[in-house]
Design a protein around this ligand. Sequence first.
Ligand SMILES: *Cc1c(COP(=O)(O)O)cnc(C)c1O
Length: 432
Amino acid sequence: MKYFSLNGNAPEVSFRDAVVNGIAPDRGLYFPESITPLSKEFIDNLDNYSNSEIGYEIIKQFVGDEIPEQDLKQIVEETLCFDFPIVPIEENIGSLELFHGPTMAFKDVGGRFMARCLGYFNKKEKNDKDITVLVATSGDTGGAVASGFLGVQGVNVVILYPSGKVSNVQEKQLTALGQNITALEVDGAFDDCQDMVKTAFLDESLKEHRTLTSANSINVARWLPQAFYFFFAYKQLKDKSKDIVFSVPSGNFGNICAGMIAQKLGLPIKEFITGTNVNRVVPAYLETGIYEPKKTIPTISNAMDVGAPSNFIRIEKLHDFDVEKLRKNLKGYSYTDDEATAAMGHLYKKFNYVAEPHGAIGYLALKNYLKTATNTQGLFLETAHPVKFMDVLYPGVAETIELPEQIKAVIDKPKVSIKISDYKGLTDFLKS
Ligand SMILES: *Cc1c(COP(=O)(O)O)cnc(C)c1O
C-alpha cells in the first residue's frame, strides 16, 4: 500500500515510511491511495470471527506486504487485549465503552498498534541504534503512548509533561512504568513541552545520538486501527434492521475519521454525529460552510480542547472536499461545560450510568440527533474511564467510583521523573 501526502507536494511512500516519518516532508498528512471494501458476506457474518480476526481483515490492505501475515496477526492480537462492550442506556441508545484497555482511554488501541509496528520495523532492519519516540503530553495521550510502547524492544520512549498540570492518575501513568519509558517533568506549560519536542526534531546535533520519531495522533498507525471498534460494535448489535449511527465526541477528529474508514470498508453506518465542546470549529463549518480554526478555549473535556483539528483534512478528503457531501454524512453539535455536567447528572440519576465529560457530550449530541430520526439505533463513544477525570465529574459521583485494576496497579508506585526547565535540559538528557 502506498500513502500520499494531502498537501500534494511530496513523494508517495510505503506504509513503513508513513509510520516511521509520521508526517510527509511537505508537512501534509498521509492518506492511503486506495480503500477496498470488505465483502458483504464477511460483514454479515462478523459473529463468526474473533475481534483479532476482524482487526486483521480490516488492517491488512493498509499494511500490504510490508509486515508478513503471521507478524501482523500477532500485532493485532496484542493490540486488542481488552473488551469493547456496549452498555444499553435507554431505548435506541447505547454507550460503546472504549476504555477497558491498559490506560483506560480509547487511545490505547492506536498507541499499542503503532508501538508494535515500529518495534517490528526496527527489529527487521537490525538497526544498531534504538528508536527514540519523543512525545509531549497534556495528560491523556502520553499515558496511552507510554503504555503502548512499554517493553517493546528497540524502542525507547521519552515523554515531556508539564509539572503540576496533569492529574494524579495521569502523572502516575507517565512516571511509574519504568523499563523503556522515561518521563521528563518540565517546569512550564504544555506548549513549552510541545515547542521543545518540535525543536528537537529539527536539531541536527541530536542526529548522531538518537533516531527520533514522534507518536503523534496523525500517524497512520495510530489512526487506522481505530476503525476496528466500529466493527466490534456492529458485531454486538442484536437488531441490525434499524439505521445505525455513531456519535463521536471529537477534538482532533481522528477517531470519527477512522469510523468513516469503517463505513468506506462497507460497514452499514447511516451517518455520523460529532459532539464538541465550545471549541466548535467543525459544527460551525457544517452550519456556515466557512472553516475557521480558532484559538483553543479550555474546558472540562480537555482532551477535546482543539481549535485546529489536525485530522479534519482527512475527513474532507473522504468527502471529496465537498461540504454538501459532508453535511449528508456528518451532523455536528457543541456543548458548554454546564451542559456536559448536566448530562453527566442526568445519566447518573436516571440511568445509574457514570459518564465523564467527553462521553457525556457524545450522549448529548446523539440525543439531539434522535429528536428527528426514526427507526434508528444510536451508539455514543465513551472515550475514557471516569476515573481519569475525577475532578470534573458530576458532584458526588467521584466518591462512588471504585479504582479499576489498571489504576490500582500504578497509583501506589513511586513516581520517577527527571526534572528539566529548558531545551538544554532536554538535549543534555538525549545526548547522555
Ligand atoms: C483524545 C480524546 C478525544 C478526542 O479524540 P479525537 O480523535 O482527537 O477526536 C476524546 N475523548 C478523550 C477522552 C480523548 O482522550
